[in-house]
Write a protein that binds this ligand. Structure first.
Ligand code: SAM
Length: 272
């Protein structure tokens, strides 16, 4: 039965399923909805944040595909939801390849179900803190050619790695595997620029994740987020609030009037 483990015990909430719930998805269980509602009660902007982040993902993937990237490594991919990376990429590059990586086994099994029969896309369970396991994974090796440019997506995942040195080291190791012409895409919950009332709520939302999931989240300052791009060539407009990164008329209207309220910084950079 959905929502309980094989022994009848309730399934604990996970960040992937809470996010799916906030996006209006169907891949979530009672504990996820409860935690999701708790977060949304304390921080009502959360569903809008999820939409805004997802819209950034679509714009960034489209930009990479238009810049010639034909293969994508999406780490912290979550539960596949409308506008998956491979779908967006293939609207520009029909034979684009993608590997989805997530720490949550449910996110991975849902991804595998959606990708069944797709020879050019796959999903693996791995931890962003263990880049060598990701880079050496047979599925990753089978689907991606690291001799060609890769789009590395770290979208709304690095804030689940609280240790700054561990997060920086993971990104560094992943980047080292990429040839020139590859891209790194990051979005991240930001600790600065958020109006006072929201930052208070963000702190409470953080507490809910801490108590109810295995992946508590950690906010970073702009300089900390910018550090993920050190040595890379940032694409215009640089590291900006989510709605400010190359907006299009199709974007959700949520934070257009007040981008810092999106509480998320985003950037795209090219490997030289
Ligand atoms: N990237 C997608 C997006 O932006 O729409 C999903 C983001 S969702 C907010 C964060 C995802 O990161 C969740 O699916 C969660 O399971 C995953 N995650 C958290 N910690 C992780 C880790 N250490 N390694 C890999 N994935 C992780």
């Amino acid at each position: 039965m959905a929502g309980v483990g094989s022994g009848g015990e309730p399934k604990p909430a996970t960040a992937a399923r809470i996010y799916d719930y906030h996006l209006g998805g169907i891949h979530n269980f009672p504990a996820d909805r409860e935690a999701g509602d708790a977060v949304a009660r304390l921080f009502p902007l959360v569903p809008a944040l999820a939409r805004t982040n997802r819209a950034f993902l679509r714009r960034a993937v489209r930009h990479l595909a238009e810049s010639g990237v034909r293969q994508f490594l999406d780490i912290g991919s979550g539960i596949p939801t409308a506008g998956n990376v491979h779908e967006v990429a293939r609207s520009v590059v029909p034979d684009a390849r993608a590997v989805y990586v997530d720490i949550d086994p449910v996110a991975v099994s849902e991804s595998l179900e959606i990708l069944a029969g797709d020879e050019r896309a796959g999903a693996v369970r791995a931890d962003v803190r263990d880049p060598q396991a990701i880079l050496g994974h047979p599925q990753v090796r089978r689907l991606l050619d690291f001799g060609e440019p890769v789009g590395l997506l770290l979208i709304a995942v690095l804030h689940f790695v609280p240790d700054d040195e561990a997060a920086q080291a993971a990104v560094r190791q992943l980047r080292e595997a990429l040839v020139p012409g590859s891209y790194v895409v990051v979005s991240h919950a930001a600790s600065d620029g958020v109006p006072d009332d929201d930052s208070g709520h963000l702190a409470v939302a953080k507490d809910v994740y801490q108590r109810s999931t295995a992946t508590p989240f950690h906010l970073r300052s702009r300089p900390q987020v910018e550090r993920f791009f050190e040595g890379l060539e940032l694409v215009e407009p640089g590291v900006v609030w989510l709605p400010e990164w190359r907006p299009t008329p199709d974007d959700p209207a949520d934070f257009v009037q007040d981008p810092p309220r999106s509480a998320g910084l985003a950037g795209v950079a090219r490997v030289r």
